[in-house]
Design a protein around this ligand. Structure first.
Ligand SMILES: *[C@@H]1O[C@H](CO)[C@@H](O)[C@H](O)[C@H]1NC(C)=O
Ligand SMILES: *[C@@H]1O[C@H](CO)[C@@H](O)[C@H](O)[C@H]1NC(C)=O
Length: 320
């Protein structure tokens, strides 16, 4: 009886995460931005792949259809990588009745980077570029990529950053401009290894600001696989103010104590989940979306799949 019991227990431990929700049609995603259109509830997904590719669907489960590119000619910013835009982040503002897309321009391993912004009235393939919002320089202490907009205490804030000194925040005066004298504040950092945290994303629920980020290595899973457990996973911290003092479930600081509670890591056919965000779905409640590699499909970024799960909540902490 020992062996069956042991395998049952092992299976129980491995099955700690729910499988991704259903997806049909074109389910490719890479560092997805995501939004549910205000006018009709249609879902839009934006992925990184030598440009920003748009997919849309009437249902979260699909069928997802390809809908061209946002900024097909690249960004108007004159910078290396300006036709290879990364990590789109989408939000809507009622005051202007417009959708805003923050995107990044960089090259792998460089801190000479730009966060740009574009607008659209309908989320479809009709984006207008407004160029650079914020830049970082080689040798500086932060990297201006992986932008995420959030309203914190009623003020607009841009969260950004990758590797080096981790994740930072910058106050905005509006969706297209920085606040006067804005300087970045560091909000999350991993002091060990090569400081591999990125893709910060903030959302607010019931008195807490949640910071999610991707920890570990994002890619080259097919050509240069990371050691087991060093691939992307999704981590969460929370804070009452939203502009600092983020801690994990054990109370460890996510800035000074390498804190961060894992909410989704490799399991089953899901490998290296990351590039995540969270939105409040009109029918399902809080939903985590992300990309992952399914080893039965392929490990290259061109094969990454769109994943989503309804979040479960206990004591103000989300889980999948
Ligand atoms: C595209 O955007 C422009 C400017 O906002 C607008 O005038 C035009 O109607 C839009 N086209 C479509 C197809 O939505
Ligand atoms: C910090 O980095 C180390 C080394 O790569 C890793 O083992 C650890 O899980 C990371 N922690 C977080 C919260 O990202």
């Amino acid at each position: 009886m020992r062996l069956p019991l042991l395998s049952l227990l092992t299976a129980g431990v491995l099955a700690q995460y729910s499988d991704p929700g259903a997806c049909s049609g074109d389910c490719w995603a890479h560092d997805p931005g995501f939004y549910q259109r205000v006018s009709d509830g249609r879902y839009f997904r934006y992925s990184t792949g030598a440009g920003i590719y748009i997919h849309s669907s009437e249902s979260l489960e699909g069928p997802w259809e390809a809908a061209g590119q946002a900024l097909p000619g690249g960004s108007s910013v004159n910078h290396a990588g300006s036709t290879n835009l990364w990590a789109p982040d989408i939000h809507y503002e009622e005051a202007t009745d417009l959708y805003y897309m923050y995107y990044s321009i960089s090259t792998l391993g460089s801190r000479d980077s730009v966060i740009g912004v574009a607008t659209s009235s309908d989320l479809a393939a009709n984006w207008t570029d407004h160029g650079a919002l914020f830049t970082s320089a080689e040798g500086g202490s932060y990297n201006a990529i992986d932008a995420n907009w959030a309203s914190i205490g009623g003020s607009p804030v841009l969260t950004f950053g990758s590797y080096w000194n981790g994740i930072h925040q910058l106050p905005l005066s509006g969706p297209l401009s920085l606040a006067d004298g804005a300087t970045p504040t560091q909000i999350a950092y991993n002091s060990s290894g090569n400081h591999a945290i990125e893709a910060g994303f903030i959302f607010y629920r019931r008195g807490w600001y949640y910071l999610t980020f991707s920890s570990g290595r994002a890619g080259s899973y097919d050509t240069n696989p990371p050691a087991q457990g060093q691939e992307y996973r999704i981590v969460v911290c929370r804070s009452a103010e939203g502009t600092g003092d983020f801690v994990d479930k054990t109370g460890a600081s996510c800035l000074t104590e390498d804190g961060g509670t894992t909410i989704l890591a490799s399991h089953g056919d899901v490998y290296g989940p990351g590039g995540q965000g969270v939105f409040e779905d009109s029918s399902r409640g809080w939903v985590l979306y992300y990309h992952y590699a399914n080893p039965t499909i392929g490990l290259s970024t061109a094969d990454y799949q769109f994943g989503w799960n309804v979040l479960q909540w206990a004591d103000g902490w989300p889980s999948v």
